[in-house]
Design a protein around this ligand. Sequence first.
Ligand SMILES: Nc1nc2c(ncn2[C@@H]2O[C@H](COP(=O)(O)OP(=O)(O)O)[C@@H](O)[C@H]2O)c(=O)[nH]1
Ligand SMILES: [Mg+2]
Length: 200
Amino acid sequence: MSNLFSHCEFLISAYKTSQLPDDDGMEIAFAGRSNSGKSTTINALTNHRGLAKVSKTPGRTQLFNCFEFKPNKRLVDLPGYGYAKVPIKMKKHWEKEIDSYLMNRESLIGVVIIMDIRHPMKSFDEQMLTWAHESGLHSHVLLNKADKLNNNDTKKSLMKVTKAIAKYSSSTTCQVFSALRKTGTAELSQVISPWFDKQS
Ligand SMILES: Nc1nc2c(ncn2[C@@H]2O[C@H](COP(=O)(O)OP(=O)(O)O)[C@@H](O)[C@H]2O)c(=O)[nH]1
Ligand SMILES: [Mg+2]
């Protein structure tokens, strides 16, 4: 199925925010704990297996990976956070870089926050929701790996998280997702495509 993001190309991997593409146009970031499925989600959305590298070793996708789907319109795969086995020095580096990206990036218009549906709303997820709300960014939550739960537990988790995010922002949306099975990609595309309509 084709969508706005179907012709997406890899642009650059940045170790530091200073190596990112020029801060022009519009981009959205995919944020989430390490191993939550950020890269798999980008591959499902763009229908391009292997576009974003899916990590075999959790915590190792430690780069800002940038993809362009239209001139000056980008998707950014953020480094994962919250992986215990990453050395403390590396953690500090990434906290600093992610903070700097979120605070200073003019072209950033929204964030897709990816959570494991079995372990949603961890502290960094809450920080991201608060921060997105305070910064006036669009935000959408994916409850990923829904293939791991039965229908009943899926519904329960969706209800619980929908209620919880309402405390952060009335405009944040939330959906069930499986990057592996690609269930929910049409809904994801419908939610985030309009974010790019307005020239900022
Ligand atoms: N069962 C299941 N596994 C998934 C799903 N999405 C990602 N994964 C797996 O979770 C692991 C981490 O995925 P990755 O996209 O690299 O996560 P990232 O660290 O957030 O970029 C990989 O082994 C993926 O195959 C999903 O929807 N369902
Ligand atoms: Mg990744």
